[in-house]
Design a protein around this ligand. Sequence first.
Ligand SMILES: [Zn+2]
Length: 432
Amino acid sequence: MIFNPKAETAPRAEIERFQLEKLKHAAVYAYEKVPRYHAKFDTAKFDPYKIKTLGDIKYMPFTDKTDFRDTYPYGMLAVPTSKIARFHASSGTTGKPTVVGYTHNDIGLWAECVARIASAAGVGASDIVQISFGYGLFTGALGLHYGMEKIGAAVIPVSSGNTEKQIMLLSDLKATALVSTPSYAVHIGETAKSLGIDITKDFALKYGVLGSEGCTAEMRERAEHALNIFITDNYGMSELMGPGVSGECELRQGLHFNEDYFLPEIINPETLETLPEGAKGELIVTCLGREALPLLRYRTRDITSLDYTPCECGRTTVRMAKASGRTDDMLKIRGVNVFPTAIESVIMGTAGTAPHYEIIADRKSDSDTLEVKIEVADGDLLDSYSKLEKLRADIRHNLKSIIGLDVKVSLVEPKSITRYEGKAKRVFDLRK
Ligand SMILES: [Zn+2]
């Protein structure tokens, strides 16, 4: 179902007219309300009162994590804290978290954006949604929660952790949709199986609205199989608002952007030049119509491309390809750029592996090394040397042809790699 046909199926010219009006407003608003933007615009000699076309955005300076860090905690806010209805914060990998504020209106538009994405995923008013994201400062759980309520679904705010209780609730309350990370969905499925649960009879799950960690098509297939569900991917980021920026429809041909609230661009992350339609590069997002935190040209570090052709589902909004990796997740091994997602695709695309792995980069006698530890799906395999060697050789060969590097492949016993109830940690760069 299309939640807001007026916004989601508008002709492109109308979308762009609307975006231009909102962009002009957002630029002036940020300039007048946030000293950091005032200073940035002045330094870049960018006049927010002179925006004439959407293309003028390329003269506007970028924003990134540094802006949040330098103005911590409230420096990016355009309203006094008395006008803030809620704060969230993203888990900073180093030092202080990134603080994100919302007015009541911001929370309303956030729920609208998530409602559209949940509807596109197939979830409706009669569904029961179990939310297995951790509730708290993280935007995932409450973001999905408000959006699901907006479409009229019933929400079970179970939060993350306690997998056996999750399984009991799935079986007793018969949730029809699950919100979690892809890796946790797999873990729930595996644990249910080991408890003797028949997911096709005891569970009523139909949909998985998964996010928060990147998920390759191959990993999605594993998660779908583990829980017998149809999974759609959605994209968001705390700084931009949280979940609700873009999401897949049932056709899964890219993630539809909520273009009346988010204006995407693609740039070359090295030269910072805007790239033409369809080109692959770093995703830049400008928020349109946000009150508390008017974020302009935010560098997401996610690598993707944009497709402006209308989708067969009826939506006319631009679609982004599944992010193929993050520029800051990229590993440089002996001069070769390696995206962990490329490794995941190879592992998940090889029969006999379980969807649990670790990627370990290290440095030995002045040379970078890369090791991939993968659980085998069936422990009996470990007893057959020839089968084990064949699987190892297959993965090594496929990795070599895809990423161009000779990788050490270690096959380990089922259940020997750590499971995560939130975002999985799979990459360990010991050189740092
Ligand atoms: Zn579509």
